[in-house]
Design a protein around this ligand. Sequence first.
Ligand code: SF4
Length: 445
Amino acid sequence: MQTRLPRIYIDTLGCSKNQVDSEVFIAQAKANEFEMVSDIEEANVLVINTCGFIEDAKQESIDHILEGVALKKEGKLDRLLVMGCLSDRYMKDLKADIPEVDHYFGSSHTSLPDVLRELGGRYRKELVGERMLTNPSHYAYLKISEGCDHTCSFCAIPIMRGGHVSRPVDDLVTEAEKLKTKGVRELVLIGQDLTWYGLDLYGKRILADLLKRLSDVGFDWIRLQYAYPARFPTDILPVIRDRQNICNYLDMPVQHANSEVLKSMRRGINGERMRELLHRIRDEVPDIRLRTTLIVGYPTESRERFEELVDFVKEIRFHRMGCFAYSQEEATPAWDLGDPVSAVEKQRRVREIMAVQEEISREHNLALVDRLLPVLVDRIEDGIAYGRTEWDTPEVDNEVIIQQAVNGFSSRDLHAGSFYNVRITDAEAFDLFGSIESIPEHIRG
Ligand code: SF4
Protein backbone atom coordinates (compact mmCIF):
# COMPACT_ATOMS: atom_id res chain seq x y z
CA MET A 1 0.00 0.00 0.00
CA GLN A 2 1.47 3.32 -1.06
CA THR A 3 1.53 5.83 1.75
CA ARG A 4 3.54 8.71 0.31
CA LEU A 5 2.76 10.84 -2.73
CA PRO A 6 4.51 9.27 -5.74
CA ARG A 7 7.84 10.76 -6.68
CA ILE A 8 8.95 8.82 -9.72
CA TYR A 9 12.43 8.13 -11.00
CA ILE A 10 12.64 6.46 -14.40
CA ASP A 11 15.77 4.44 -15.11
CA THR A 12 16.21 4.00 -18.88
CA LEU A 13 18.49 1.28 -20.19
CA GLY A 14 19.31 0.19 -23.73
CA CYS A 15 18.91 2.02 -26.98
CA SER A 16 17.60 5.38 -28.14
CA LYS A 17 14.20 3.75 -28.83
CA ASN A 18 13.79 3.08 -25.11
CA GLN A 19 14.91 6.63 -24.44
CA VAL A 20 12.07 7.96 -26.64
CA ASP A 21 9.56 5.73 -24.81
CA SER A 22 10.78 7.09 -21.48
CA GLU A 23 10.47 10.66 -22.80
CA VAL A 24 6.85 9.95 -23.78
CA PHE A 25 6.29 8.45 -20.31
CA ILE A 26 7.67 11.56 -18.58
CA ALA A 27 5.44 13.87 -20.66
CA GLN A 28 2.42 11.71 -19.78
CA ALA A 29 3.42 11.55 -16.10
CA LYS A 30 3.70 15.33 -15.91
CA ALA A 31 0.29 15.72 -17.57
CA ASN A 32 -1.03 13.45 -14.82
CA GLU A 33 0.63 15.75 -12.28
CA PHE A 34 2.99 13.05 -11.06
CA GLU A 35 6.25 14.34 -9.67
CA MET A 36 9.28 13.17 -11.68
CA VAL A 37 12.63 13.38 -9.93
CA SER A 38 16.09 13.30 -11.46
CA ASP A 39 17.81 11.81 -8.42
CA ILE A 40 16.89 8.29 -7.35
CA GLU A 41 17.56 9.28 -3.71
CA GLU A 42 14.50 11.54 -3.88
CA ALA A 43 12.19 8.90 -5.40
CA ASN A 44 9.73 6.59 -3.74
CA VAL A 45 8.66 4.94 -7.02
CA LEU A 46 11.23 3.46 -9.37
CA VAL A 47 10.28 2.58 -12.97
CA ILE A 48 12.98 0.61 -14.82
CA ASN A 49 12.75 0.59 -18.63
CA THR A 50 14.81 -2.49 -19.49
CA CYS A 51 16.72 -3.80 -22.49
CA GLY A 52 16.85 -7.46 -23.51
CA PHE A 53 18.91 -7.23 -26.68
CA ILE A 54 22.00 -9.34 -25.93
CA GLU A 55 23.53 -11.06 -22.92
CA ASP A 56 25.40 -8.02 -21.58
CA ALA A 57 22.32 -5.81 -21.86
CA LYS A 58 20.17 -8.42 -20.13
CA GLN A 59 22.64 -8.68 -17.26
CA GLU A 60 22.77 -4.91 -16.88
CA SER A 61 18.96 -4.76 -16.70
CA ILE A 62 18.86 -7.52 -14.09
CA ASP A 63 21.54 -5.74 -12.04
CA HIS A 64 19.45 -2.57 -12.06
CA ILE A 65 16.33 -4.50 -11.01
CA LEU A 66 18.25 -6.10 -8.13
CA GLU A 67 19.54 -2.69 -7.03
CA GLY A 68 15.91 -1.51 -7.05
CA VAL A 69 14.91 -4.51 -4.95
CA ALA A 70 17.64 -3.63 -2.43
CA LEU A 71 16.37 -0.04 -2.21
CA LYS A 72 12.86 -1.33 -1.65
CA LYS A 73 14.03 -3.64 1.11
CA GLU A 74 15.77 -0.70 2.78
CA GLY A 75 12.41 1.10 2.79
CA LYS A 76 13.57 3.80 0.35
CA LEU A 77 11.04 2.81 -2.34
CA ASP A 78 7.32 2.16 -2.06
CA ARG A 79 6.94 0.71 -5.54
CA LEU A 80 9.21 -0.91 -8.07
CA LEU A 81 7.87 -1.28 -11.63
CA VAL A 82 9.68 -2.90 -14.55
CA MET A 83 8.85 -2.39 -18.22
CA GLY A 84 10.65 -2.67 -21.57
CA CYS A 85 12.08 -5.41 -23.72
CA LEU A 86 13.58 -7.66 -21.02
CA SER A 87 10.26 -7.95 -19.20
CA ASP A 88 8.51 -8.68 -22.49
CA ARG A 89 10.90 -11.47 -23.30
CA TYR A 90 11.24 -13.08 -19.87
CA MET A 91 8.08 -11.99 -18.01
CA LYS A 92 7.32 -15.43 -16.58
CA ASP A 93 10.88 -16.11 -15.41
CA LEU A 94 11.28 -12.64 -13.92
CA LYS A 95 8.03 -12.93 -11.98
CA ALA A 96 9.22 -16.24 -10.56
CA ASP A 97 12.84 -15.22 -9.87
CA ILE A 98 12.42 -11.62 -8.67
CA PRO A 99 8.95 -11.47 -7.08
CA GLU A 100 9.89 -8.34 -5.09
CA VAL A 101 9.05 -6.25 -8.18
CA ASP A 102 5.50 -4.94 -7.77
CA HIS A 103 4.58 -5.18 -11.41
CA TYR A 104 6.16 -6.25 -14.68
CA PHE A 105 4.94 -4.73 -17.95
CA GLY A 106 5.84 -5.55 -21.53
CA SER A 107 7.59 -3.47 -24.18
CA SER A 108 7.76 0.10 -23.04
CA HIS A 109 6.03 1.55 -26.10
CA THR A 110 2.91 -0.60 -25.69
CA SER A 111 2.75 -0.75 -21.92
CA LEU A 112 2.79 3.00 -21.12
CA PRO A 113 -1.02 3.18 -20.57
CA ASP A 114 -0.81 0.23 -18.14
CA VAL A 115 2.11 1.72 -16.23
CA LEU A 116 0.30 5.06 -15.91
CA ARG A 117 -2.86 3.29 -14.72
CA GLU A 118 -0.84 1.38 -12.12
CA LEU A 119 0.44 4.70 -10.81
CA GLY A 120 -3.10 6.09 -10.54
CA GLY A 121 -3.10 8.12 -13.76
CA ARG A 122 -4.27 7.63 -17.33
CA TYR A 123 -2.79 7.73 -20.80
CA ARG A 124 -3.72 11.02 -22.48
CA LYS A 125 -4.26 10.37 -26.19
CA GLU A 126 -4.34 14.10 -26.89
CA LEU A 127 -0.66 14.23 -25.99
CA VAL A 128 0.50 12.27 -29.05
CA GLY A 129 3.83 13.75 -30.05
CA GLU A 130 4.57 15.23 -26.60
CA ARG A 131 7.89 14.28 -25.05
CA MET A 132 10.05 15.57 -22.27
CA LEU A 133 13.54 15.45 -23.74
CA THR A 134 16.17 13.77 -21.61
CA ASN A 135 19.24 14.60 -23.71
CA PRO A 136 20.52 18.12 -24.47
CA SER A 137 17.52 19.81 -26.06
CA HIS A 138 19.29 20.76 -29.31
CA TYR A 139 18.97 17.23 -30.63
CA ALA A 140 16.18 14.69 -30.35
CA TYR A 141 15.36 11.24 -31.61
CA LEU A 142 12.26 10.66 -33.70
CA LYS A 143 11.09 7.05 -33.70
CA ILE A 144 9.35 6.49 -37.01
CA SER A 145 8.45 2.82 -36.54
CA GLU A 146 8.36 -0.04 -34.08
CA GLY A 147 9.42 -3.65 -34.54
CA CYS A 148 10.89 -5.36 -37.56
CA ASP A 149 9.63 -7.62 -40.37
CA HIS A 150 13.01 -9.26 -41.01
CA THR A 151 14.12 -12.49 -39.42
CA CYS A 152 17.88 -12.08 -39.06
CA SER A 153 19.03 -15.31 -37.48
CA PHE A 154 20.92 -13.73 -34.56
CA CYS A 155 18.35 -11.13 -33.59
CA ALA A 156 15.75 -11.29 -30.82
CA ILE A 157 14.19 -7.92 -31.61
CA PRO A 158 11.28 -9.22 -33.72
CA ILE A 159 10.52 -11.63 -30.84
CA MET A 160 10.46 -8.80 -28.33
CA ARG A 161 9.02 -5.97 -30.36
CA GLY A 162 6.99 -7.78 -33.02
CA GLY A 163 6.64 -6.95 -36.71
CA HIS A 164 7.24 -3.58 -38.35
CA VAL A 165 4.64 -0.93 -37.50
CA SER A 166 5.04 2.51 -39.08
CA ARG A 167 3.81 5.64 -37.35
CA PRO A 168 1.62 7.80 -39.61
CA VAL A 169 3.40 10.56 -41.55
CA ASP A 170 1.16 13.28 -40.12
CA ASP A 171 1.81 12.18 -36.51
CA LEU A 172 5.55 12.24 -37.17
CA VAL A 173 5.42 15.69 -38.74
CA THR A 174 3.36 16.96 -35.78
CA GLU A 175 5.87 15.50 -33.33
CA ALA A 176 8.75 16.98 -35.32
CA GLU A 177 7.11 20.43 -35.33
CA LYS A 178 6.68 20.27 -31.55
CA LEU A 179 10.33 19.32 -31.14
CA LYS A 180 11.33 22.19 -33.41
CA THR A 181 9.41 24.70 -31.26
CA LYS A 182 11.32 23.37 -28.23
CA GLY A 183 14.59 24.42 -29.84
CA VAL A 184 15.65 21.11 -31.37
CA ARG A 185 18.11 21.74 -34.20
CA GLU A 186 19.05 18.18 -35.06
CA LEU A 187 16.56 15.35 -35.53
CA VAL A 188 17.85 11.77 -35.45
CA LEU A 189 15.47 9.32 -37.16
CA ILE A 190 15.42 5.91 -35.49
CA GLY A 191 13.62 2.61 -35.97
CA GLN A 192 14.77 -0.99 -36.26
CA ASP A 193 14.78 -0.56 -40.04
CA LEU A 194 14.07 2.86 -41.52
CA THR A 195 14.01 1.49 -45.07
CA TRP A 196 10.76 -0.41 -44.43
CA TYR A 197 8.91 2.75 -43.47
CA GLY A 198 5.35 2.96 -44.79
CA LEU A 199 4.87 -0.55 -46.15
CA ASP A 200 2.37 -1.63 -43.50
CA LEU A 201 0.42 1.65 -43.46
CA TYR A 202 0.51 2.82 -47.06
CA GLY A 203 1.17 -0.39 -48.99
CA LYS A 204 4.54 0.89 -50.21
CA ARG A 205 7.79 2.09 -48.74
CA ILE A 206 7.84 5.89 -48.54
CA LEU A 207 10.92 6.88 -46.55
CA ALA A 208 11.89 9.36 -49.31
CA ASP A 209 8.52 11.15 -48.99
CA LEU A 210 8.78 11.22 -45.19
CA LEU A 211 12.27 12.71 -45.41
CA LYS A 212 11.02 15.54 -47.62
CA ARG A 213 8.16 16.33 -45.23
CA LEU A 214 10.51 16.36 -42.23
CA SER A 215 13.11 18.38 -44.11
CA ASP A 216 10.45 21.05 -44.73
CA VAL A 217 9.91 21.45 -40.96
CA GLY A 218 13.19 23.35 -40.97
CA PHE A 219 15.68 21.54 -38.76
CA ASP A 220 19.34 22.33 -39.29
CA TRP A 221 20.25 18.65 -39.45
CA ILE A 222 18.28 15.45 -39.97
CA ARG A 223 20.16 12.20 -39.53
CA LEU A 224 19.23 8.63 -40.50
CA GLN A 225 20.06 5.68 -38.29
CA TYR A 226 19.65 2.01 -39.10
CA ALA A 227 19.09 1.22 -42.75
CA TYR A 228 18.83 -2.47 -43.61
CA PRO A 229 20.92 -3.16 -46.75
CA ALA A 230 18.77 -5.72 -48.60
CA ARG A 231 16.22 -4.09 -50.92
CA PHE A 232 17.60 -0.70 -49.96
CA PRO A 233 15.30 2.11 -51.24
CA THR A 234 17.69 3.96 -53.54
CA ASP A 235 15.11 6.74 -54.06
CA ILE A 236 16.27 8.22 -50.73
CA LEU A 237 19.76 8.90 -52.13
CA PRO A 238 18.88 11.99 -54.22
CA VAL A 239 16.89 13.30 -51.25
CA ILE A 240 19.90 12.94 -48.95
CA ARG A 241 22.12 14.56 -51.58
CA ASP A 242 19.84 17.44 -52.58
CA ARG A 243 18.15 18.41 -49.32
CA GLN A 244 20.67 20.62 -47.57
CA ASN A 245 19.45 19.86 -44.06
CA ILE A 246 19.59 16.07 -44.40
CA CYS A 247 23.01 14.99 -43.20
CA ASN A 248 25.33 13.23 -45.61
CA TYR A 249 25.40 10.32 -43.22
CA LEU A 250 23.93 6.84 -43.16
CA ASP A 251 24.11 4.17 -40.50
CA MET A 252 23.84 0.85 -42.32
CA PRO A 253 24.69 -2.25 -40.27
CA VAL A 254 26.17 -4.68 -42.80
CA GLN A 255 26.96 -7.29 -40.08
CA HIS A 256 29.21 -9.38 -42.36
CA ALA A 257 30.64 -9.67 -45.88
CA ASN A 258 31.09 -13.39 -46.46
CA SER A 259 28.16 -14.62 -48.53
CA GLU A 260 27.77 -17.91 -46.65
CA VAL A 261 27.71 -16.15 -43.29
CA LEU A 262 25.26 -13.55 -44.64
CA LYS A 263 23.04 -16.34 -45.94
CA SER A 264 23.04 -18.09 -42.57
CA MET A 265 22.36 -14.73 -40.92
CA ARG A 266 19.31 -14.42 -43.25
CA ARG A 267 20.34 -10.94 -44.32
CA GLY A 268 18.82 -11.22 -47.79
CA ILE A 269 21.98 -9.98 -49.52
CA ASN A 270 25.35 -11.47 -50.47
CA GLY A 271 28.81 -9.93 -50.30
CA GLU A 272 28.90 -8.90 -53.94
CA ARG A 273 25.55 -7.12 -53.89
CA MET A 274 26.56 -5.45 -50.62
CA ARG A 275 29.64 -4.02 -52.33
CA GLU A 276 27.56 -2.83 -55.30
CA LEU A 277 25.12 -1.11 -52.97
CA LEU A 278 27.84 0.67 -50.97
CA HIS A 279 29.53 1.88 -54.16
CA ARG A 280 26.21 3.10 -55.54
CA ILE A 281 25.47 5.04 -52.33
CA ARG A 282 28.88 6.71 -52.54
CA ASP A 283 28.48 7.44 -56.25
CA GLU A 284 25.09 9.08 -55.80
CA VAL A 285 25.97 10.98 -52.61
CA PRO A 286 29.68 11.74 -53.00
CA ASP A 287 30.05 13.52 -49.64
CA ILE A 288 28.36 10.77 -47.61
CA ARG A 289 29.95 9.15 -44.56
CA LEU A 290 28.87 5.57 -43.87
CA ARG A 291 28.67 4.08 -40.43
CA THR A 292 28.33 0.33 -40.02
CA THR A 293 28.19 -2.40 -37.43
CA LEU A 294 29.64 -5.91 -37.67
CA ILE A 295 29.14 -9.15 -35.81
CA VAL A 296 32.17 -11.42 -35.43
CA GLY A 297 32.31 -14.93 -34.03
CA TYR A 298 29.00 -15.97 -35.62
CA PRO A 299 28.71 -19.81 -35.51
CA THR A 300 29.51 -20.30 -39.21
CA GLU A 301 32.34 -17.76 -39.25
CA SER A 302 35.55 -19.71 -39.77
CA ARG A 303 38.91 -17.96 -39.46
CA GLU A 304 39.01 -17.75 -43.26
CA ARG A 305 35.58 -16.11 -43.42
CA PHE A 306 36.61 -13.69 -40.70
CA GLU A 307 39.65 -12.74 -42.76
CA GLU A 308 37.37 -12.10 -45.73
CA LEU A 309 35.49 -9.65 -43.51
CA VAL A 310 38.76 -7.93 -42.57
CA ASP A 311 39.62 -7.57 -46.27
CA PHE A 312 36.17 -6.12 -46.91
CA VAL A 313 36.68 -3.51 -44.17
CA LYS A 314 40.04 -2.57 -45.73
CA GLU A 315 38.44 -2.31 -49.16
CA ILE A 316 35.32 -0.32 -48.25
CA ARG A 317 37.03 1.92 -45.69
CA PHE A 318 33.94 2.85 -43.68
CA HIS A 319 34.22 6.18 -41.93
CA ARG A 320 32.63 4.88 -38.73
CA MET A 321 32.38 1.30 -37.53
CA GLY A 322 31.39 -0.71 -34.47
CA CYS A 323 31.84 -4.43 -33.90
CA PHE A 324 30.01 -6.84 -31.58
CA ALA A 325 31.04 -10.32 -30.52
CA TYR A 326 28.24 -12.74 -31.44
CA SER A 327 25.83 -13.43 -28.58
CA GLN A 328 23.75 -16.60 -28.83
CA GLU A 329 20.17 -15.61 -28.03
CA GLU A 330 17.35 -17.94 -27.00
CA ALA A 331 14.53 -18.50 -29.49
CA THR A 332 16.41 -16.89 -32.36
CA PRO A 333 16.80 -18.86 -35.63
CA ALA A 334 20.58 -19.17 -35.03
CA TRP A 335 20.15 -20.74 -31.60
CA ASP A 336 20.39 -24.29 -32.96
CA LEU A 337 23.77 -23.55 -34.57
CA GLY A 338 25.28 -23.47 -31.10
CA ASP A 339 28.08 -21.12 -30.12
CA PRO A 340 31.26 -22.83 -31.35
CA VAL A 341 33.60 -19.81 -31.46
CA SER A 342 35.06 -19.37 -27.99
CA ALA A 343 34.58 -16.12 -26.09
CA VAL A 344 38.35 -15.54 -26.14
CA GLU A 345 38.51 -15.99 -29.91
CA LYS A 346 35.52 -13.69 -30.44
CA GLN A 347 37.18 -10.94 -28.43
CA ARG A 348 40.41 -11.49 -30.36
CA ARG A 349 38.52 -10.99 -33.63
CA VAL A 350 36.81 -7.86 -32.29
CA ARG A 351 40.18 -6.38 -31.33
CA GLU A 352 41.81 -7.40 -34.61
CA ILE A 353 39.17 -5.88 -36.87
CA MET A 354 38.79 -2.75 -34.74
CA ALA A 355 42.56 -2.21 -34.93
CA VAL A 356 42.26 -2.23 -38.73
CA GLN A 357 39.36 0.21 -38.54
CA GLU A 358 41.20 2.47 -36.10
CA GLU A 359 43.90 3.07 -38.67
CA ILE A 360 41.30 3.73 -41.40
CA SER A 361 39.43 6.14 -39.13
CA ARG A 362 42.67 7.94 -38.29
CA GLU A 363 43.46 8.40 -41.99
CA HIS A 364 39.93 9.65 -42.73
CA ASN A 365 40.18 12.12 -39.85
CA LEU A 366 43.67 13.35 -40.74
CA ALA A 367 42.33 14.16 -44.22
CA LEU A 368 40.06 16.74 -42.54
CA VAL A 369 42.94 18.75 -41.05
CA ASP A 370 42.79 22.37 -42.34
CA ARG A 371 39.15 22.02 -43.45
CA LEU A 372 36.61 24.54 -42.14
CA LEU A 373 33.51 22.66 -40.98
CA PRO A 374 30.19 23.62 -39.37
CA VAL A 375 30.18 22.08 -35.90
CA LEU A 376 27.26 21.78 -33.49
CA VAL A 377 28.48 22.16 -29.91
CA ASP A 378 26.95 19.55 -27.60
CA ARG A 379 28.48 20.48 -24.26
CA ILE A 380 31.11 22.62 -22.58
CA GLU A 381 33.20 21.21 -19.77
CA ASP A 382 36.01 23.00 -17.94
CA GLY A 383 36.21 25.61 -20.67
CA ILE A 384 36.53 23.06 -23.46
CA ALA A 385 33.73 22.73 -26.01
CA TYR A 386 32.77 19.36 -27.48
CA GLY A 387 30.85 19.31 -30.73
CA ARG A 388 30.15 17.27 -33.84
CA THR A 389 30.21 17.58 -37.60
CA GLU A 390 27.25 16.53 -39.74
CA TRP A 391 29.03 13.19 -40.18
CA ASP A 392 28.77 12.25 -36.52
CA THR A 393 25.89 10.93 -34.45
CA PRO A 394 25.60 12.16 -30.84
CA GLU A 395 27.16 9.89 -28.20
CA VAL A 396 28.30 7.43 -30.89
CA ASP A 397 30.76 8.96 -33.34
CA ASN A 398 33.65 11.42 -33.35
CA GLU A 399 33.67 14.58 -31.31
CA VAL A 400 35.31 17.84 -32.30
CA ILE A 401 37.24 19.17 -29.32
CA ILE A 402 37.53 22.93 -29.45
CA GLN A 403 40.47 23.84 -27.27
CA GLN A 404 41.60 27.15 -28.64
CA ALA A 405 40.03 29.87 -30.66
CA VAL A 406 41.04 32.52 -33.11
CA ASN A 407 39.37 35.61 -34.55
CA GLY A 408 38.35 36.78 -31.09
CA PHE A 409 36.45 33.63 -30.12
CA SER A 410 37.33 31.65 -27.06
CA SER A 411 35.68 28.60 -25.56
CA ARG A 412 34.12 30.94 -22.98
CA ASP A 413 32.04 32.51 -25.76
CA LEU A 414 30.59 29.21 -26.85
CA HIS A 415 27.13 27.85 -26.15
CA ALA A 416 25.88 24.28 -26.26
CA GLY A 417 23.30 23.89 -29.00
CA SER A 418 24.90 26.50 -31.30
CA PHE A 419 26.74 26.05 -34.59
CA TYR A 420 30.23 27.40 -35.26
CA ASN A 421 32.62 27.24 -38.19
CA VAL A 422 35.58 25.28 -36.88
CA ARG A 423 38.99 24.96 -38.52
CA ILE A 424 40.24 21.42 -37.94
CA THR A 425 43.78 21.62 -36.60
CA ASP A 426 44.55 18.03 -35.60
CA ALA A 427 42.99 14.60 -35.62
CA GLU A 428 43.12 11.22 -33.92
CA ALA A 429 41.31 8.04 -34.88
CA PHE A 430 38.09 8.94 -33.08
CA ASP A 431 38.41 12.65 -32.30
CA LEU A 432 39.03 15.90 -34.14
CA PHE A 433 40.54 19.06 -32.69
CA GLY A 434 39.83 22.55 -33.90
CA SER A 435 39.49 26.30 -33.44
CA ILE A 436 36.48 28.47 -34.03
CA GLU A 437 36.76 30.88 -36.93
CA SER A 438 33.25 32.23 -37.21
CA ILE A 439 29.58 31.67 -36.61
CA PRO A 440 27.91 30.36 -39.78
CA GLU A 441 25.31 32.72 -41.20
CA HIS A 442 23.25 29.89 -42.58
CA ILE A 443 23.52 26.29 -41.65
CA ARG A 444 23.49 24.52 -44.99
CA GLY A 445 20.87 26.93 -46.29
S1 SF4 B 1 16.82 -5.96 -39.48
FE1 SF4 B 1 17.76 -5.46 -37.49
S2 SF4 B 1 16.08 -5.53 -35.99
FE2 SF4 B 1 15.35 -6.56 -37.85
S3 SF4 B 1 15.74 -8.73 -37.46
FE3 SF4 B 1 17.51 -7.90 -38.60
S4 SF4 B 1 19.00 -7.26 -37.02
FE4 SF4 B 1 17.00 -7.56 -36.00
